[in-house]
Design a protein around this ligand. Structure first.
Ligand SMILES: [Zn+2]
Length: 444
């Protein structure tokens, strides 16, 4: 790939070890990585003028259900708590197939890219009508985003006392077999990898204890990461205590679900002991503030987690419970929500951006991403600060306090996938049209 020079940035927020901020710096991208940062760099390749731009590492999304972009703002699910919300949506999701999975993933990933995201995980836990993880992996490859899909699963249907309808659950042996297939086909452990697969039984209330344990054993055998929903709200804690006789943290620890290769979504209700457990074991958390607000789940103790040393990242969560997929807006919401709970000095704009970039990369086991340093992958977001969002701003580097919340240019592995605010790799108007057509068909 030819070189690209990002020239004369207004400010570069490096998110390096000392969180350096550079004025007027250049970044040279070569072979998918950042080869140099500094003043007056030269190239024979393409030059991008960044005079009016704040430059940040690409944002990292650590929790999503991309398929849900087809079920935003569904009446009946708009104002329900978690369990009621799920029961409204399950029958609709049961009608999805491969085309729904592919198009909804492209729509969701494009939305993320336009908000500065370069690396996203996805949690796909239902496979109706021939849908496969492969459908979403193809969608991400076409758009050119770095992708960490997880092979999710549900195995306890209504007739066994679980929440999902029986038609949406799979046999546990088939789940493990398909998990092995997708890891062997798509997981790339090498530095700079564009696709890494994880294992992600949906939640303690939709799979058995055996599947949780078997998934952990398989993940360690294959060297892949583990992900699930944990301690999301009061109903979730009550279910754990009624069915397992313990809190979610204990349940996770007993089944091998703690460690630096594990990250849990939400964790709104972690108590002090569980926070200590996560800090000690370096277990990661995907904080999803908009979804937590939308479903009235509560305020995750992010300040306490960060102070204790828990690795915290951000997730937009599925578009049925956000219902937006703007990761920059999510970072702002994370900052605001801690302030609601703990006061105006509970989280700065820069700390929230750090969680959204470096924090996310670390939780996903990607120290090669999430920071702008020589040798890191060239995943870079450029935010134009000459527009109305930041007009009059005294500190444009505090992006989250004013704006913008949409990116102007975006590079993934050195390749430009957003130029002048437009996705370059796919025909987005056509994707939107297909997406709306599929949503209409599901409604009718
Ligand atoms: Zn979720």
């Amino acid at each position: 790939m030819p070189e690209t020079l990002i020239r004369n940035a207004h400010t570069v927020l490096t998110m390096n070890d000392t969180r350096q901020e550079l004025a007027g710096a250049d970044l040279l991208l070569r072979d998918g990585a950042i080869s140099a940062i500094g003043p007056d760099l030269q190239t024979d390749g393409e030059v991008v003028d960044a005079r009016n731009c704040v430059v940040t590492p690409g944002l990292v999304n650590t929790h999503h259900h991309l398929y849900q972009t087809l079920t935003r703002a569904v009446p009946g699910g708009q104002d329900a708590l978690l369990f009621g919300w799920l029961q409204t949506l399950y029958p609709i999701w049961a009608r999805f197939g491969p085309e729904e999975m592919f198009i909804s993933a492209q729509a969701g990933l494009a939305e993320l890219a336009l908000s500065g995201c370069t690396l996203s995980s996805d949690h796909l836990y239902l496979y109706p009508n021939g849908a496969r993880l492969d459908d979403t992996i193809a969608a991400a490859a076409e758009i050119g985003m770095r992708f960490h899909p997880t092979r999710g699963a549900m195995s306890i249907g209504e007739s066994d006392g679980g929440l999902p309808p029986d038609s949406l659950v799979e046999r546990e042996a088939a789940i493990l077999e398909d998990a092995i297939r997708v890891i062997d086909a798509f997981h790339d452990p090498s530095e700079g990898a564009m696709c890494r697969v994880g294992l992600a039984p949906c939640s303690p209330f939709s799979v058995s204890r055996d599947l949780m344990r078997d998934a952990a054993l398989l993940a360690r055998d294959k060297g892949v990461m583990l992900h699930t929903h944990l301690a999301e709200n009061d109903e979730d804690i009550a279910y754990s205590q009624a069915n397992f006789g313990c809190r979610p943290g204990q349940y996770a620890e007993d089944l091998g679900w703690t460690g630096p290769d594990v990250w849990h979504a939400h964790c709104v209700k972690l108590d002090g002991q569980e926070i200590d457990l996560f800090a000690r074991s370096r277990t990661g958390v995907a904080h999803c503030p908009c979804s937590n607000c939308r479903l009235g789940s509560g305020i995750a103790p992010v300040r306490a987690m960060r102070d204790a040393g828990v690795p915290v990242a951000l997730g937009v969560d599925g578009s049925a419970s956000n219902d937006s997929g703007n990761l920059m807006a999510e970072a702002r919401q994370a900052m605001l929500l801690q302030r609601v709970a703990r006061g105006a000095d509970a989280m700065s704009a820069r700390e929230a951006l750090e969680i959204a970039t470096r924090g996310g990369a670390d939780v996903l086991g990607r120290p090669d991403c999430g920071r702008l340093v020589p040798g890191a992958r060239a995943d870079i977001a450029l935010w134009d600060i000459s527009g109305i969002d930041s007009a009059g701003s005294w500190d444009p580097a505090a992006l989250l306090l004013a704006g913008p919340t949409k990116v102007t240019h975006l590079f993934v592995e050195g390749r430009q996938i957003v130029r002048d605010g437009q996705v370059t790799t796919i025909d987005l108007p056509r994707v939107i049209e297909r997406q709306n057509r599929l949503a209409r068909a599901l409604r009718e």
